[in-house]
Design a protein around this ligand. Sequence first.
Ligand code: NAP
Length: 256
Amino acid sequence: MDDHFMTETLLKLSGKVALITGGSSGIGLATAHLMHAQGASVVIVGRDATKLDEALLTIGPRASGVVADVSSVADIDRVMAAVSERHGHIDVLFANAGTSHNPPLREVDEAAFDSMIGLNFKGVFFTVARALPLLANGASVILTGSAAADMGRWGDPLYAATKAAVRSLARTFANDEELTLRRVRFNVLSPGAIKTPLTQGAYEQPDVDAYVCAAVPMKRWGNAEEIASAALFLACADSSYMTGSILAIDGGMAQV
Ligand SMILES: NC(=O)c1ccc[n+]([C@@H]2O[C@H](COP(=O)([O-])OP(=O)(O)OC[C@H]3O[C@@H](n4cnc5c(N)ncnc54)[C@H](OP(=O)(O)O)[C@@H]3O)[C@@H](O)[C@H]2O)c1
C-alpha cells in the first residue's frame, strides 16, 4: 500500500514513451504538453508539417514529430517505424486524431462517409493494431471517443457512430488474452463540448454557444487541459486497475 502511494510524489511518466496522434492541436497538443512535463518523451503525429513543427517548439526537448495521415495504413506503418527507430517501444498510445466535421445528414455522400469512417474508425483501429508489436508490457492505450456516442444528438449520426465504434474497440482490445497477460490496458476518454480549433467555428457562434451551455449541467465548455489531465490519469499508474472503461469529461452533458 505504502509503495503504491509513494509513487505520487514522482513524475507520473518519468522515462516513458508516449505516441499521440493528433498531437499538434487541441486535446492532443495539451496532452503532449502535460505528458512531457510529467517526464515522458512524446512523439506527435499530424498531417500539416508546419503546424507540427510549431507545436514541437512549444512542447520541449523530448518531443518529436511525424507527418502522417492516420487514415492511411501505409502512413501509420511509417509512424510506427519512426517510433521504433527513435525509442524502440511505446508505453502510452493516445489514438486521438479525429474530426467531427462532416456534412449534414442529407448531404453525406459516399466520399464524406468514407472520409469520416477512414479517420475516426479505421484510423484508430489500425493505429492500435500496428502499434501492438511496439507496446511495452504494462502499456496504456487511450482512445478518444466522444459524448456524442451516447447522446443521439440531432444531426450527427455518422460522427456519433464512429465514436461508438471506438468504444467497442476498447472493450474488445481490453479482453485480448495475449495483451492482458502483458498487462496492456485500453480505455476511452469521452470528451463533451471542448474549446479547441476543431470547435472554434461552433463556440464563436452565439446561438451554438448558448445551446451548448444550456445542454451542459456545468453550463460551460470544457478546455483541452481538462481532457489532458484525464488522459494523464489513464496513462499512468493512477489508473492501474482500469481497462475496457470509458472516462467521461463532459461537464455532465451525457451523464444526467
Ligand atoms: N473538441 C471537442 O469538443 C471534442 C469532443 C469530443 C471528442 N473530440 C475528439 O477529440 C479528438 C481531438 O479533437 P480536437 O478537438 O483536439 O481537434 P483539433 O484541435 O482539430 O486537433 C485534431 C488533431 O488531429 C490531427 N489530424 C486530423 N486529421 C488527421 C489525420 N487524418 N491524420 C493525422 N492527424 C490528423 C490534426 O492535425 P492536422 O490537421 O495537421 O492533421 C490535429 O493535430 C478528436 O478525435 C475529436 O473527435 C473532440
